[in-house]
Design a protein around this ligand. Structure first.
Ligand SMILES: O=C(O)CCC(=O)C(=O)O
Ligand SMILES: [Fe+2]
Length: 264
């Protein structure tokens, strides 16, 4: 039985932002063409793990797990994914015009990867269900992640699953597998599609039961007051000057070159 999430592409920015508020995610089909998908996959293949940055590239869990942090700092190609047209406008609308990225991860997951636990990436506020059921209670979107899918997803490759509207639970799932009687549904999208989702929506990556490696680029956006996660910490992360020199003013701001504000 198919467990696919029906993916609705809202054509306007207002519709996409409304989807972030009501469903917890927005589906953006066809953001990349075949050549862009191929060049991104090749760039991800070329990345070499930096252990000090908490990168991984091993099979210690019994499956290939190559996860490279701070990808924007590794190749100018990834810099262009900081402000991809069609995605960045959503981030700037939901998080504010001074929003920034808090991370960018190039992630390859190989055959044998198990199901993840259903989770919220971050639950900023825990609130009673009766408070959350009041439509006047509107929680700001503090953090979102754009998933750039670089494969045609099928059930075997390990699609991401979401429970629409579950960000309104007011809590992380903590072992629950349903919200209001609805379980996690597969995102069976195409290579080049993007799903951007807020941190509280209940979701998980699923088992890779194929013989293929799944390629995913994650761009994590946040309100300016949410700290960037660019390991290694204590001043050991350094921007690559050659890449920074190519950044536009908007890209620089998204990397953290802000106007002074609270606490600066
Ligand atoms: O692998 C996926 O599709 C989702 C991954 C995820 O949600 C996570 O690592 O937090
Ligand atoms: Fe997650």
């Amino acid at each position: 039985m198919s467990n696919a999430l029906s993916l609705i592409a809202y054509p306007t920015l207002a519709g996409q932002v409304q989807a972030m508020e009501e469903d917890g995610y927005a589906f953006l089909p066809g953001m990349l063409n075949a050549a862009q998908i191929a060049e991104l996959r090749a760039a991800m293949d070329r990345l070499v793990a930096i252990p000090a940055s908490y990168d991984k590239d091993d099979k210690s869990g019994g499956f290939l797990n190559k996860s490279i942090n701070n990808a924007f700092n590794r190749d100018p190609l990834f810099l262009s994914y900081v402000d991809r047209p069609g995605v960045v406008e959503i981030a700037e609308t939901i998080h504010g015009s001074d929003c920034h990225i808090i991370g960018m991860t190039a992630w390859l997951t190989g055959p044998g990867r198990p199901d993840q636990q259903l989770h919220a990436d971050w639950q900023p506020l825990t609130l009673p269900a009766e408070v959350m059921s009041n439509p006047e209670v509107k929680i700001p979107i503090y953090i979102s992640t754009a998933h750039f899918y670089l494969d045609d997803l099928d059930e075997e490759l390990g699609p991401t699953q979401f429970i629409p509207g579950s960000h309104r639970a007011g809590r992380a799932p903590k072992g629950d597998m349903e919200y209001k009687g609805v379980g996690p549904k597969n995102i069976l999208c195409k290579a080049g599609d993007v799903v951007i989702f807020r941190s509280e929506v209940w979701h998980r990556g699923t088992a890779n039961r194929s013989q293929r490696v799944r390629y995913l680029l994650q761009v994590h956006y946040a309100q300016r007051m949410i700290t960037q996660k660019f390991p290694p910490y204590l001043n050991r992360f350094q921007f690559d000057e050659a890449i920074l020199a190519q950044a536009t003013p908007r890209q620089r701001r998204l990397l953290g070159d802000h106007k002074p504000s609270n606490y600066d």
